[in-house]
Design a protein around this ligand. Structure first.
Ligand code: HEM
Length: 502
């Protein structure tokens, strides 16, 4: 029987709790260790902003994440590194099967990446956030401090596009509501309703997750770790290296804004109203963020009041007439409960559960959403391209896109599942050979069938189907990191090569 310990906000890196929205300037430094001792000394003492609320907010905030190669380069014992999740240990780019599953094929192939493969796998990721006008000085100071221990693989700059991603759609509207108070009962029972409230253990290791259990993580000999690490809630005789830490996925995704709008415009025959409607169907929201499923009129646990742009499910639109089944937001969060929807009552429940209701069974191909939520923390980069300019062509070489970042307690169950089964998957929700309209690679299926379509179902007959979608998003780099709790970071920076504390 585990004892629920208080949530230690001062041991959690602030990014898990805050998006640092007021810190409109940000950059990400990708580093490799060149001098182990100097790198360790710096990581052992550098000030990190925590999840504790501070008024006024700090002018600058530093967050630190480590890759598995980085842990080894810092001298962390193999036995400890290998006790992290397998996909983190292997890395995003080191496995051809993983690359295929994530859609990192063709022009997305890791061998073509600007960073994230081979000798350009970052060991350490520094995330720098600053209030307006404060980033340049902060970054120079951090770079100077790091110079002795690290070399810079790349510096990813970001832009403040005012909450709009480069294709022109409002972003950052939907996020899971993290149960910081630990009020959501930890249980693995069926849940009949979609809830936006999500157990803390879905995003932080060391706390109960949506299955009512604790996600696997490195648990060490408490005598060796001494008082430097917290004890595991579910195994009090073990030191919990994972507690208060989160896995962090970073992917640099270039967006072809010209290609996107010119394609949509061709499909619309140059009609501006239709062009906007098709583009919105691909996303699932209009450009100003209003969900196509609307009017949003459901009360959703943890999802805002009726009328909120996030208070909706797809229950009343099972065939995707209002919001296509394949729209980006419907794929990346189908907002379903554990059971396929249906009429209340025992008979209906039994038919759905036993798989006797064929229609419900089709919909059940989309697994329960609550095990696959992502806490998105990415930022845009490059210059915004207004739609009119994107349409005017010929394309200028504008470099713009998204530094996609998400946090979760399991990369495999959260990011990789969403990316693979829902975004890249060409049969998502029974769709005929098509992938995410924004993210898809359009690579033909194994039998050569094209996957470059997008279906927009109609109430009165066959779906409208676009064909020949080009690839709009190209992956330029990516890596898996661990964003440790503060005590865990200090431990990793001071533990000796054989894993014994100094
Ligand atoms: C360049 C790449 C991408 C673009 C342009 C993009 C764009 C958007 C936009 C405009 C929204 C709607 C705003 C909102 O609901 O907050 C959204 C939502 C979302 N996206 Fe993406 N996205 C990209 C990549 C990804 C990736 C790689 C994933 C995960 C594998 C992802 C997962 C999500 C999720 C989970 C939501 C919220 C859905 C919901 O809860 O309703 N996105 N994205």
């Amino acid at each position: 029987m585990s004892t629920a310990l208080p949530v230690e906000l001062d041991d959690i890196q602030g990014l898990v709790r805050f998006g640092y929205k007021h810190h409109t300037e940000a950059s990400y430094l990708l580093l490799r260790v060149i001098d182990r001792d100097a790198a360790r000394r710096w990581l052992a003492a550098v000030p990190i902003c925590t999840a504790t609320s501070v008024e006024p907010p700090p002018e600058t905030a530093l967050q630190v994440a480590l890759g598995s190669e980085g842990m080894r380069a810092l001298g962390v014992a193999d036995a400890i590194v290998d006790s992290f999740a397998a996909e983190f240990v292997t890395g995003m780019a080191n496995d051809a099967n993983r690359a295929r599953r994530l859609g990192d094929v063709g022009v997305n192939e890791p061998s073509r990446w600007q960073w994230g493969a081979g000798a350009r796998v970052p060991h350490v990721l520094l995330l720098l956030y600053a209030l307006p006008g404060k980033l340049a000085g902060f970054q120079s100071a951090i770079e100077a401090q790091c110079a002795a221990g690290f070399e810079l693989v790349d510096c990813l700059t970001t832009s403040d596009l005012d909450g709009v991603e480069p294709f022109g759609f409002t972003d950052g509207i939907s996020q899971p509501l993290v149960d910081w108070q630990r009020k959501r009962p930890a249980q693995d029972g069926e849940r009949g309703d979609y809830s936006n409230l999500s157990c803390l253990g879905e995003y932080l290791l060391g706390y109960p997750n949506e299955y009512g259990g604790y996600t696997d993580r490195p648990l060490l000999d408490a005598d060796l770790a001494g008082p430097r690490l917290p004890r595991a809630e579910d195994a009090p005789d073990r030191a919990d290296l994972g507690r208060n830490g989160s896995y962090l996925v970073l992917r640099q995704m270039r967006q072809d804004v010209h290609g996107f709008w010119q394609f949509v415009d061709r499909c619309a025959g140059g009609n501006p109203g239709l062009r906007d409607r098709i583009a919105a169907a691909m996303v699932g929201r209009s450009r100003d963020g209003v969900p196509l499923i609307g009017p949003a009129d459901e009360a959703i646990e943890g999802g805002g009041a009726p009328g909120d742009r996030n208070a909706f499910t797809y229950r009343a639109d099972p065939h995707g007439v209002r919001c296509p089944l394949g729209a980006h937001i419907r794929r990346s969060n189908p907002r379903n409960a554990d059971l396929p929807p249906g009429r209340p009552g025992f008979v209906s429940w039994a038919m759905r559960t036993l798989g006797l209701d064929g229609e419900a069974l089709d919909r059940d191909l989309v697994a329960s959403t609550r095990f696959h939520r992502l806490l998105r923390r990415g930022r845009e980069y490059g210059v915004g391209v207004p739609v009119e300019q994107a349409l005017a062509g010929p394309p200028v070489s504008t470099e713009t896109g998204l530094h996609f970042i998400c946090l979760g307690a399991s990369i495999a169950r959260q990011f990789e599942f969403v990316q693979n089964a829902w975004a890249v998957g060409v049969h998502f929700d029974g769709l005929p050979n098509e992938s995410d309209p924004l993210l898809g690679t359009r690579a033909p299926a194994a039998d050569g069938t094209p996957t470059d379509g997008f279906s927009m179902p109609r109430a009165d007959g066959a779906a409208d189907r676009l064909a020949g979608l080009p690839q709009f998003v190209t992956v330029l780099g990516g890596a898996y990191f661990f964003l440790p709790g503060i005590r865990a970071l200090r431990f990793l920076a001071t533990t000796q090569m054989n894993g014994e504390p100094r």
